[in-house]
Design a protein around this ligand. Structure first.
Ligand SMILES: CC(C)(COP(=O)(O)OP(=O)(O)OC[C@H]1O[C@@H](n2cnc3c(N)ncnc32)[C@H](O)[C@@H]1OP(=O)(O)O)[C@@H](O)C(=O)NCCC(=O)NCCS
Length: 325
C-alpha cells in the first residue's frame, strides 16, 4: 500500500514536515527532549528539490498520505544520499529501503561512481540499513563551529601584486559566472575525478542563499567556499554555514586555506551573524587540525558511509570542507 514516487512541487511543504517530524522524534528518543526547531532553522527541501528534482522521492500510502521522503543529489560522479526520514509509526516496514532503492536508480541514471551518506555512527539501525545497500562505514565527519562574537578584526593585508584576493561570485557578470563554473570544476576534478559542485554554486547564486567566495591570485582560482546564510538555506539561525570549501590540490597552502576561511568569517560578521559552521571530514587531517587550532569546536560527529570506486580518495593534506548531510 506504500508506493515510492518522485516528489512534485505540491509535495514540498509535506516533505519538509515529514523529514522534520522523523528527525525530531529521533532526537527526542536520543536526548530525552524534543528540539523546538529540529534543524535550528536550516532547510533542506525546497532548494534541494529545485537543484535536483529527479533525486527527490516520497513514500506514499494509498496514493494519499506521504509517510516518508528522501533527497539525493549527483555532484557529477559523486552521489550524495540524504536527508531521509520515515514517520515514526511507519518505521521498520522497509519504507526507507524503498526510498534507497529508488535513489540507487537515480544514481545509476547519472552514472555516479561513488555514493555517500553521513549518518549517526552510534545507531546500529542506521549502519545496517546502509550496509544492506553496500555502503561501508568510513571516517568521521566533524561539524565544527566557532563563535564570532569576540572576533578580532583581521589586520589589513600588506598590499602586494601577487597576494591572493577574495572575490564574490555575486559580483561577476553572467558570462563570467559560466566561465567560473568551468574553473571550479577543474579544481574539484582534481579532488575526485568527476566531482562537480556546479549545482550547489548555481543554486546559491540564483536563489541568493548566501554567496560563493573565490580566492584568486593573478587571475588563477586557488580555491572557493560555498557559503549559506540564514533564511531559506541550510544555515541555521545566527550562523554562516560553509557547505563546501575546496582548495586546488595543486596549489594548496595552509595560508590560502586560512585566508579563505577568514573571508567566510568576515562575511558572517558583515551579515550580523554570531557563528560560523564548518563541517570537515576527519580524513582531511590538515584541514581538520587547522580548524581546531583556529579555535573551532566540534558540535556534532557523524560517520561517512560510502560505496563505489576509490572510496578512500581523500588525501590528508588537501584543504577541503564538504558536508554530505
Ligand atoms: C532511519 C530511518 C529513515 C529508517 O527508516 P525505516 O523505514 O524504519 O527503515 P527500514 O524499515 O526500511 O529498514 C530498517 C532496517 O533496520 C533494521 N533495524 C532496526 N533496528 C535495528 C537494530 N537495532 N539493529 C539492527 N537492525 C535494525 C530493521 O529491521 C530493518 O531491516 P529489515 O527490513 O531487514 O528487518 C528512520 O528510522 C527515520 O526516519 N529516522 C529518523 C531520521 C533519520 O535518522 N534519518 C536518517 C539519517 S542518515
Amino acid at each position: 500500500m506504500v508506493k515510492v514516487r518522485r516528489v512534485r512541487k505540491g509535495d514540498l511543504a509535506r516533505v519538509r514536515e515529514v523529514i522534520e517530524s522523523g528527525f525530531a522524534d529521533y532526537f527526542e528518543r536520543q536526548l530525552g527532549s524534543r528540539p523546538r526547531q529540529v534543524f535550528g532553522g536550516a532547510q533542506y527541501v525546497h532548494h534541494r528539490w529545485l537543484m535536483e528534482p529527479w533525486g527527490c522521492f516520497v513514500a506514499e500510502e494509498n496514493d494519499t498520505k506521504i509517510v516518508g521522503a528522501s533527497i539525493a543529489i549527483a555532484w557529477g560522479k559523486v552521489g550524495i544520499f540524504g536527508p531521509v526520514a520515515v514517520l515514526t509509526p511507519y518505521q521498520n516496514q522497509k519504507i526507507a529501503q524503498g526510498l534507497l532503492k529508488a535513489s540507487q536508480g537515480f544514481f545509476d541514471e547519472n552514472k555516479v561512481t561513488l555514493q555517500g551518506v553521513a549518518t549517526f555512527y552510534g545507531s546500529p539501525k542506521h549502519l545496517l540499513l546502509y550496509q544492506k545497500f553496500g555502503f561501508k562505514p568510513k571516517g568521521l565527519l566533524a561539524v565544527t563551529t566557532r563563535s564570532l562574537e569576540r572576533r578580532e578584526p583581521t589586520p589589513p593585508a600588506r598590499p602586494s601584486r601577487s597576494a591572493p584576493e577574495i572575490r564574490r561570485l555575486s559580483s561577476l557578470k553572467e558570462a563570467q559566472k559560466k566561465a567560473m563554473l568551468g574553473r571550479l570544476r577543474r579544481i574539484t576534478n582534481r579532488i575526485y575525478p568527476g566531482l562537480d559542485l556546479s549545482k550547489e554554486v548555481e543554486i546559491v547564486d540564483s536563489l541568493a542563499l548566501g554567496d560563493v567566495l573565490l580566492l584568486e591570485r593573478e587571475r588563477q582560482v586557488l580555491g572557493f567556499a560555498i557559503c549559506h546564510t540564514p533564511g531559506a538555506s541550510e544555515a541555521p539561525h545566527g550562523a554562516l554555514y560553509v557547505k563546501v570549501l575546496a582548495m586546488d590540490p595543486t596549489r594548496r597552502r595552509p595560508e590560502y586555506f586560512a585566508q579563505l576561511l577568514g573571508a567566510a568569517e568576515e562575511m558572517a560578521v558583515g551579515a550580523g551573524l554570531q557563528r560560523i559552521i564548518a563541517p570537515v571530514y576527519t580524513r582531511y587531517w590538515r584541514a581538520y587540525q587547522a580548524l581546531l587550532t583556529a579555535g573551532y569546536q566540534i558540535d556534532m560527529l557523524l560517520v561517512r558511509m560510502k560505496r563505489g570506486k576509490k572510496e578512500d580518495y581523500e588525501r590528508e593534506d588537501d584543504f577541503v570542507l564538504d558536508d554530505w548531510r
